[in-house]
Structure formats: C-alpha cells, structure tokens
Design a protein around this ligand. Structure first.
Ligand SMILES: [Fe+2]
Length: 277
C-alpha cells in the first residue's frame, strides 16, 4: 500500500490546548495568543476555590430573542441590577458602587481569614491588544448577613476547595470575552452565550459545587438554583426588550453610564478584532 493511503496520514487535526485548574481552553489558530502569563497571575487567586474539583450540580438553557452581543453586554454591566433584579439586589452590593466600596475593607479581612489572596486582575480595556485572552478577576462584598446568595443568606452548599470559612464575597471571573464565572464561597455559576441566529441566543447557565457534595444531603437543588434562575429570567425579559428597542426605526444609541465601563471595553475589543480580520 502506498504511504499516501496509510490512515495515519489522515488523522484528526491537532489543536492548541491548555488546562487551567480544570478549565480546558482550546484554540484553533496556528499561533494562539499567549494566555499563560495572565493565568499565572490568576492561579493563586482562584486556587483556594478548588475549581478542578467542581462538579456540575445543574445546568439550564434560556433561549433569548436577541443578538448575542446584547445578551453579553447585559451580563457585563450592573447598571440595570437595582431596578431589574429584586432578589439579586438583596445580597449583591455590586448594584451600588458606593455601598460596595464601603464594604470592601471588612470583606478583605474575612477573605484573608478564609484563605483567599486579596488581588485583582484586569487585562481588559482600551489598551488591550488581545481581547480573546483578556482576563478580569475581582472579589466584591455581599451585603451584611449574606454568607452566600441564598434567600436567607445562609450557606447553600459545602465550602469550596480549601476555604476555611464563608467570607461573604463574590468573585467575578472572565477569561476571554465569552467565559464568565461568578464564584461564591460554596458554589460557582458559569455562563455561556451561544449565538443561534441573528436575533436569537441561548444563555447556558451552570451551577457547580464541590465534587464530593451530595444533592439532598449537602445541598438542596431548588435552593441552590433559585437566585440565578429568577435573575436570568429577568435578564431574558430586559434583553429582549432591548432588542425590540434596537430594532425600532427610531432607535438611536445613547451614552453609556459610568457603571457600564465593561461594555465600552468589550465594544472596543470586539471592533479591534474585526479590524484585524
Ligand atoms: Fe442582569
């Protein structure tokens, strides 16, 4: 048989792959942008959460009649949180930057006691040259009385990783433009925004707990999923309203609130990528 007919000449293509604390990144480009230096900085911040030990407790898919960029932009900013998310706003200080800043010193004390390193990463923004590998990490305080984001503030599941206590914090983690995580002391929410048409998007939501947690014994699924189920339904409604507004003949873009800094950074990065194509 001629060499050209041997099956190993027609094997699957190889891809660039990286495993970061159980999160697997692949890149189809021949020369992938370098993500390693940023992940090295991120590693000690996320290591105590034991991300590699997580398991999916539940996942849900929310079809939204809107372009994926409107869905993503909605997730990236919290200007809409106070008026749109009644349940979320009881526990998350992100809805009010002034209140959030005042709570940070006490959060830092609790986070250090829990075993977390205090630090932020923000490689996004107008100076970024690699939006595909941009990384954002920040831990911010929940309101007093909330160890996590249950209806009553009480724990929902066993502590993640090596955490020694509930610090009453929430970490926003974004790796690239499309990988979004929210890390509480006892569970993680992961989001994916899948374009399914010009004006249809699937918002996929995952609830993750530590791998050895047992449903019914260590967590109650309805309690675990309550907040981000109702919050995502709120978001679905306002994203669709947004799309209807954009579709109007009379639509004109307005200025962005200063609370929407992430959105302007995303738009800049996305347009930069398009200009490179
Ligand atoms: Fe929202």
């Amino acid at each position: 048989m001629p060499d050209s007919f041997k099956s190993n000449n027609y094997s699957l293509k190889s891809v660039n792959l990286m495993n970061f604390q159980g999160l697997v990144f692949i890149c189809l480009a021949d020369n992938p942008p370098s993500i390693a230096p940023t992940l090295e900085k991120l590693a000690p911040l996320t290591q105590p959460f034991g991300l590699e030990q997580l398991k999916i407790a539940h996942s849900a898919s929310y079809p939204v009649a809107a372009n994926w960029k409107l869905a993503l932009e909605n997730y990236m900013e919290c200007y809409h949180c106070a008026p749109s998310h009644k349940e979320y706003s009881k526990s998350h200080s992100l809805k009010d930057p002034g209140e959030m800043e005042a709570l940070i010193p006490s959060l830092n004390i609790r986070s250090e006691a829990a075993g977390l390193l205090i630090g932020e990463i923000n490689s996004t923004g107008p100076t970024s040259t690699d939006i595909g590998t941009d990384c954002y990490y920040r831990r911010y305080p929940l309101f007093s009385g909330y160890d996590t984001v249950s209806n009553n503030g009480q724990p929902l599941a066993p502590l993640l990783g090596s955490l020694a206590s509930y610090d009453g914090g929430a970490s926003d983690l974004q790796i690239g433009s499309l990988n979004n995580f929210l890390i509480y002391s006892d569970h993680v929410i992961a989001y994916r925004f899948i374009p399914t048409g010009l004006q249809t998007t699937e918002i996929q939501t995952f609830w993750l707990v530590r791998g050895d947690a047992e449903e019914g014994k260590d967590y109650v699924l309805d309690d675990l999923t309550w907040l981000w189920h109702v919050t995502t339904l709120d978001d679905k409604r306002i994203i669709q309203h947004n799309q209807q507004g954009v579709n109007s003949f009379h639509y004109r873009p307005g200025p962005l609130s200063s609370m929407k800094f992430d959105v302007s950074e995303f738009r800049h990065g996305y347009l930069t990528i398009l200009a490179q194509e």
